[in-house]
Design a protein around this ligand. Structure first.
Ligand SMILES: CC(=O)N[C@H]1[C@@H](OP(=O)(O)OP(=O)(O)OC[C@H]2O[C@@H](n3ccc(=O)[nH]c3=O)[C@H](O)[C@@H]2O)O[C@H](CO)[C@@H](O)[C@@H]1O[C@H](C)C(=O)N[C@@H](C)C(=O)N[C@H](CCC(=O)O)C(=O)O
Ligand SMILES: Nc1ncnc2c1ncn2[C@@H]1O[C@H](COP(=O)(O)OP(=O)(O)OP(=O)(O)O)[C@@H](O)[C@H]1O
Ligand SMILES: N[C@H](CCC[C@H](N)C(=O)O)C(=O)O
Ligand SMILES: [Mg+2]
Length: 488
């Protein structure tokens, strides 16, 4: 049981109808989960409005309702708490409910269009390697030190985040690294968390279905830094054209990392090959198994964050040299006889796809054929579709356009949207194979000795969502099975 008044600590209230001196059980923002003695927080969402479910929540036993608009008629024994923003109130109440676990460990948030999963996952591995109990909240999974929890969101809702953080604190976790998505910031999912640091990776085209304009998307990301406390650090990629903008109004200690600009954490790429990168970070050389220029940025972000969190330079460099790749990010295998290399990568934005293809083109020997298999997700930003097809076709020798997660959209229409981006000189390189498994099979049949196949967009995902149903599907298993079978 929790005292409602205590749960409302630091929540700016507009009007209260009824008593706040009541004991409550749980807090919920979904009426379907409400039970006896709970608080229901009515959120205005994208598909519906939680205010429409207040009566249902009361029928199910809610004692108190947090809302933005008071109903005309109220029930006598119910407490109504009117706030300006239910999303902000939820964030604060969730933190209060779990007794502010983010203050009991060092929480670092990583935001940006690409590189969040890579950076947070590698920070997790690095801190584990240095002997700390560590937590991770990422697109791939949540880790409470060594315990794995499956996840659906990159940045979950505030109740879920705070419950994970409480579990981490109780398990003795010292550091937690979490991905902060733009949806997470816009919906206040990270609203009342206490961050020890924030990292910005980069900003490019994504989610323009949700944020409408690039400026709005950029400013949502900036809000994360605006709200960091003075005791924290804000580490930004100053080579990105929005890097400095992110830190413009932050109270946190401002720091930069770059390959091209003079700043706090700098690196030079000395070698870039299939085996990894040789970097010179702040005058010290280090080999990493991570591949490609974009990973040099990820390494710098990791290095800077680890130093700001108090680790020694030497131990950080040793740990960096031991880091292994992240699930579904440039994950590759080569067949035994024909030496066909298949790379599975989560590139699902134009920028990520361009980076991955440029990385492959920079390190291959040019005699092989590069075959790219790529699709775009349904119910997501449509404007990235033609761009991704254009990039795939211009930077590969052959392209197979296919489905990603169509969700509730018609897969053929997604493919048609993509095809519009292919430029006339590339028409002859492109094939359309709607079924993703067939598309991978086509690539496998086309490939000859030493060729390279890139399968982009789904990375670590172990399902394909069609018509709202998730079917088992793993690019890596399918590719491995088909290629090994064909490897005579
Ligand atoms: C567009 C979006 O982000 N939606 C998220 C949002 O839902 P919503 O507010 O739009 O919900 P809604 O359906 O309009 O309902 C409004 C309110 O009524 C409530 N309700 C609804 C029905 C009912 O019977 N009773 C009831 O109380 C709902 O619980 C909700 O509180 O809040 C929900 C709870 O936190 C999320 O689960 C949901 O994520 C949806 C499923 C989603 O697909 N989100 C994706 C786009 C997302 O968040 N992605 C980012 C990663 C992006 C990236 O960086 O690549 C992520 O962080 O995962
Ligand atoms: N620093 C980077 N800059 C640009 N591209 C990157 C960077 N790091 C990774 N990538 C590319 O972007 C893809 C996605 O990387 P990652 O999963 O780390 O990003 P993310 O920000 O977590 O994405 P999401 O928004 O889906 O959670 C990778 O598979 C790789 O192709
Ligand atoms: N976090 C991203 C993941 C996209 C992955 C891609 N496979 C797709 O389904 O579009 C999103 O929800 O937009
Ligand atoms: Mg991610």
């Amino acid at each position: 049981m929790k005292n409602l008044q205590e749960l409302l600590y630091k929540v700016p209230l507009e009007t209260v109808v009824g008593s706040t001196q009541v004991e409550v059980e749980n807090i919920h923002f979904d009426s379907r989960q409400v039970g006896d003695g709970d608080v229901f927080i009515a959120l205005k969402g994208t598909a519906s409005d939680g205010h429409d479910f207040i009566e249902k929540a009361i029928d199910q036993g809610a004692l108190a309702i947090v809302l933005e608009n008071l109903p005309k008629e109220t029930h006598e024994n119910i407490t109504y708490i009117k706030v300006e923003s239910s999303h902000k109130a939820l964030a604060r109440m969730a933190a209060n409910y779990f007794e502010n676990p983010s203050r009991e460990l060092k929480l670092v948030g990583v935001t940006g269009t690409n590189g969040k999963t890579t950076t947070t996952s590698l920070l997790y591995s690095l801190f584990k390697d240095c002997g700390f109990k560590t937590g991770l909240i990422s697109t791939v999974h949540v880790l409470v030190d060594e315990k794995t929890i499956p996840t659906k969101h990159t940045t979950p809702d505030p109740i879920t985040i705070n419950s994970y953080l409480r579990e981490m604190v109780d398990a003795g976790v010292d550091y937690c690294f979490m991905e902060v998505s733009s949806h997470g910031i816009a919906q206040e999912r990270v609203g009342a968390l206490h961050f020890a640091g924030g990292v910005f990776t980069n900003l490019s085209h994504d989610h323009l279905d949700y944020h409408k304009t690039f400026a709005e998307y950029r400013d949502v990301k900036k809000r994360f830094f605006d709200e960091l406390p003075a005791s924290s650090f804000a580490l930004t990629n100053v080579d990105d054209k929005n890097g400095n903008y992110m830190l413009q109004n932050t109270k946190a200690k401002k720091l930069g990392y770059a390959l091209k600009t003079i700043t706090d954490y700098q690196a030079k790429i000395i070698e870039n090959q299939f085996g990894g990168l040789l970097l010179k970070i702040n005058e010290q050389e280090v080999w990493t198994k991570m591949i490609g220029r974009f990973n040099a940025y990820n390494m710098l972000a990791i290095y800077g964050a680890a130093i700001e969190l108090g680790l020694e330079k030497e131990e950080v460099l040793v740990a960096i040299s031991k880091l292994k790749g992240v699930s579904g990010r440039f994950q590759y295998f080569t067949t035994a006889k024909e030496k066909i290399t298949t790379i599975v990568d989560y590139a699902h934005t134009p920028d990520a796809l361009e980076n991955v293809l440029e990385t492959i083109n920079a390190i291959r020997t040019k005699n092989e054929t590069l075959i790219t298999v790529v699709g775009c997700g349904g119910d997501r930003d449509k404007t990235k579709r033609p761009k991704m097809a254009q990039i795939a076709a211009s930077l590969s020798d052959k392209v197979i356009l296919t489905s990603d997660n169509p969700r509730t959209e018609d897969p053929q229409e997604i493919l048609d949207d993509m095809e519009k981006g292919v430029e006339p000189q590339d028409f002859k390189k492109v094939l359309n194979v709607l079924n993703r498994k067939q598309a991978i099979k086509t690539a496998a049949q086309m490939a000859r000795e030493n060729d390279i196949i890139l399968i982009a967009g789904k990375g670590h995902e172990t399902y394909q969502e069609i018509n709202g149903v998730r079917h088992d599907f793993d690019d890596r298993n399918i590719a491995m099975e088909l290629l090994n079978l064909l490897d005579k």
